[in-house]
Design a protein around this ligand. Structure first.
Ligand code: ATP
Length: 209
């Protein structure tokens, strides 16, 4: 699972999802837009529109899925609930991985019931350019004795371990920068899939802050 606001989806997300699938030999990557992200301001674009952009961005990419399950739940989108629903779908013995970028990882100890995430899945932290701040103390405690240094070690159990991964292509693209560019009328070509860019322009999305 790769969750996020996807406001909007960009090539940093999509390329990471493809490389994550290859590096860990995953059957599929569920990309799950948050309906109501608990730790940030309400996104400027509706969950349905962000999901539509994500579907366009994924197109027919093998192994990537736009997963609407957080839009089907009322209230804040907690990742633990999403993982619980994936666990139910795939069964107790499946290897489940929750992937997140280093910036999101830095705030993990602030999430609701972060220990529960490790009961339900492994965590894989993706290196992101410009996001290499040291870990806060609460996070160091949370991940104590969970870290492994290879995929083989990760997959010796169905959940509970942590792997930090430097994917082959690190892209310094953020949705914040994409939104700023759109708002300023600057080009976003090659930061997003063309179909996503076309829909954003068609619907005049992200024109204002
Ligand atoms: P924003 O700038 O609005 O905070 P974002 O670009 O970080 O957005 P999110 O939707 O918040 O995008 O990200 C979803 C997940 O993808 C997070 O775990 C985030 O760390 C990760 N991610 C986002 N951009 C990249 C990137 N360029 N490379 C690797 N991981 C990324």
């Amino acid at each position: 699972m790769l969750g996020g606001t996807f406001d909007p989806v960009h090539l940093g997300h999509l390329r990471s999802a493809v490389e994550l699938r290859e590096c860990l030999a995953l059957d599929r990557v569920h990309m799950v837009p948050a309906s109501m992200p608990p730790l940030r301001d309400e996104p400027s674009v509706t969950p349905e529109e962000r999901l539509a952009l994500l579907k366009l961005g994924i197109g027919n990419t093998p192994g990537l899925l736009a997963d609407a399950r957080e839009l089907e739940r009322a209230g804040p989108s907690y990742s633990a609930d999403t993982l619980a629903s994936l666990r139910e779908e795939y069964g107790a013995r499946a290897q489940l991985v929750m992937a997140l970028g280093h910036d999101a990882f830095l705030r993990l100890a602030e999430w609701r019931t972060p220990e529960r995430l490790f009961e339900l899945a492994h965590l894989v932290v993706i290196d992101r350019p410009d996001h290499d701040a040291p870990l806060p103390e609460a996070l160091v405690e949370l991940i104590d004795r969970r870290e492994v240094d290879s995929c083989e070690a990760l997959f010796q159990s169905p959940a509970g371990r942590l792997l930090r991964l430097a994917l082959p292509t690190r892209m310094a693209i953020s949705a914040t920068a994409v939104r700023r560019r759109l708002c300023a009328g600057s080009s976003v070509r090659y930061l997003l899939p063309e179909a996503v860019e076309a829909r954003i322009h068609e619907r005049a999305l992200y024109r204002t802050h």
